[in-house]
Design a protein. Sequence first.
Length: 460
Amino acid sequence: MIKFHHKFSIFLLIIVFSFCNENNNKSRKKIEIPLKKNKNGVVIKTVVCKLNSKHSYSLYLPSYYNPEINYPIIIAFDPQAKGSKPVKLFSKIAEKYGYIVIGSNNIKNKLKDVNTAINILFEEIFDKYSIDSKRVYTAGFSGGARIASLIAVYKGGIRGIISCSAGLSTISKEISNRFEFVGMVGNKDFNYLEMKKLYNELEKTNFTHTLLIFDGEHNWPSERELEIAILWFEVNTIKNKIIPVDDAVLRNYSDLMAKEINQLNSENKITETYFLYNKFIKSLKNIYDIRLIENSFLEFKKTSKVKKALNEIKKLEKKEDRYQSKYIEAFAKSNFTFLNLEINRLKKMINIDDASRQEKLMNKRLLNIISMISFMYCNDMINKNDKKSIDYLKIYEKSDPNNKDVYYLKACYYAINMQKDLAIININQSIKYGFENFDKIKNDKRLELIKDHNFANIKK
């Protein structure tokens, strides 16, 4: 009997070559873009906006950028306004598929006048660069993903969103501005369940959407994962006849997805294989005849191991939801005894041999949920100089001992309470775990006691 890995690969080759043979004569030629290299093709960390010199963005233009040709654009938002971070992640993809990439250096979590900042950015880039108005995409991670989504919902003119580790603030069939939605989340991310629930809600609407789950925590996805998202958009633009049929793009997408699915299956990651396989089939519909690959998927879906894995994931997600509610209640009631016991239990379950892989992932996410809620409470309590701050800090450190923010907030607590030596020790510890923003120390009023201390020369 042919194994799934080989069977899938054989069917994939059949549909790709069949598609190319049938459509070669039908494909419209793409505009030939000159390949001569010029001063473009590099990530520019800071471009100052003409309208307001306090606003800037990071930029990537393909090396062959020609102002006489319109290009699709990705406008990206990092939660800490590190515009160059997503621009670097997207740069190779942008070069390969001909995209402009912009990363805001101003728009971030809790920015008060976010609408003004968005308007300044959009007016600048649409006036300055040659943009295909039918192919404008926003992308963001965490709080930046919420901004990317809000722009699509309320500003309009957005073809699609790449929403990493956070979702839409609202889902409604009545949303007037329609867009395509790619949700992305790590399998150990504390926002995993939020993204799964959002996907289930979108299934009830007529939004074109997908969810890509990668192996990771609360971070930007890798370049490889982002390329799958961009290719998913490219396939949709071909489906909707916005761009000419491009055999190379379809082949790249099929090859990349096939490798990903076969890799997951070879590692016996059944639920991940199932979900990605299912999404792949949906994306191929109306492009070529996929009956063979659909039959292959149906055979895979009927196997006992798939049924067992899907049943397990449903039960675990319900369990995860219940525990999240318990943790929120425990923090609100300052139930530190329960939280300490839970941290001990979760750490034990993550390492226990008898637990399934999916159960271990769930427990890791729950531990990360405790860390995330701890951060919120600690930050708020320290700002209020609340006496319970130290108790919440202990929970935070116990749940996430290698997190630089734990020690930064401990430094804030000790500085407010005039314990200079302990504040300095904890800032040093924060630097050890990756803290690099020394201007933040000088500008944080909570660290007034130690702002003149020279931390920059401390090596990790």
